[in-house]
Design a protein around this ligand. Structure first.
Ligand code: SF4
Length: 201
């Protein structure tokens, strides 16, 4: 493996071929909170993450997460299953190449899902989208939170499902009827699954 493999960015044409399948479900918020929300446990996971306190999308928050959920009537879940072409599955990658390929695909499809959910907000007055992972809207400029400054793009920043205590793995299984697959360090899984959502009034 080349020393600079970790710095390599793959062109779209070099990425493995895949298709994206959509899965959706909607449940009342009290039911979702009962079955899939565990605020203290997920706050613990967030505290162990390097993004904790580093972006405005991540905990700790200046609002009650419990009350945040209770401010909405139903939770619409939107999952995207990124299914790799079977010809790609046997391909073995250098570990750093594999990480970079996975990162690029997940980033591209997360952004597409986030765009979709933010557009959906316009159709449901008072709704709010929940996204995936930490916020990278400000790119290389980094988040303003470590500078003690307000969020630069509040119209674009959304909290992730996990950051407010939602268990995505369980939600995918229980409501989207799909199984999460865990990655090895050098081979593609059959698929990745991303899940975001929309909290409706
Ligand atoms: S939009 Fe920018 S400032 Fe706001 S949370 Fe995201 S990275 Fe931070």
């Amino acid at each position: 493996m080349a020393d600079n493999a970790k710095d390599r960015t793959f062109e779209t044409a070099e990425l493995p071929e895949y298709r994206v399948e959509a899965y959706v479900a909607e449940v009342p918020v009290p039911e979702y909170m009962e079955s899939c929300v565990d605020i203290p446990t997920f706050l613990g996971y967030c505290e162990a993450c390097p993004s904790y306190e580093k972006t405005w999308a991540c905990p700790p928050f200046d609002f009650s997460v419990q009350d945040f959920w209770l401010g909405y009537r139903s939770f619409y879940m939107s999952g995207k299953k990124i299914v790799f072409d079977t010809r790609e599955l046997g391909r073995k990658y250098a570990v750093e190449d594999f990480k970079e390929i996975s990162r690029q695909i997940l980033k591209k499809e997360s952004h597409a899902l986030e765009d979709e959910l933010i557009k959906l907000e316009a159709q449901y007055p008072g709704s709010v989208a929940l996204s995936m992972g930490s916020c990278d809207v400000c790119g290389e400029a980094g988040c303003s939170r470590p500078l003690g400054e307000p969020c630069r793009r509040p119209e674009r920043m959304r909290h992730s499902v996990e950051s407010v205590g939602g268990n995505v793995g369980l939600s995918v299984k229980k409501y989207l009827k799909q199984e999460i697959q865990w990655m090895s360090e050098e081979r593609l899984p059959d698929y990745f699954i991303l899940m975001g959502g929309l909290l409706k009034k």
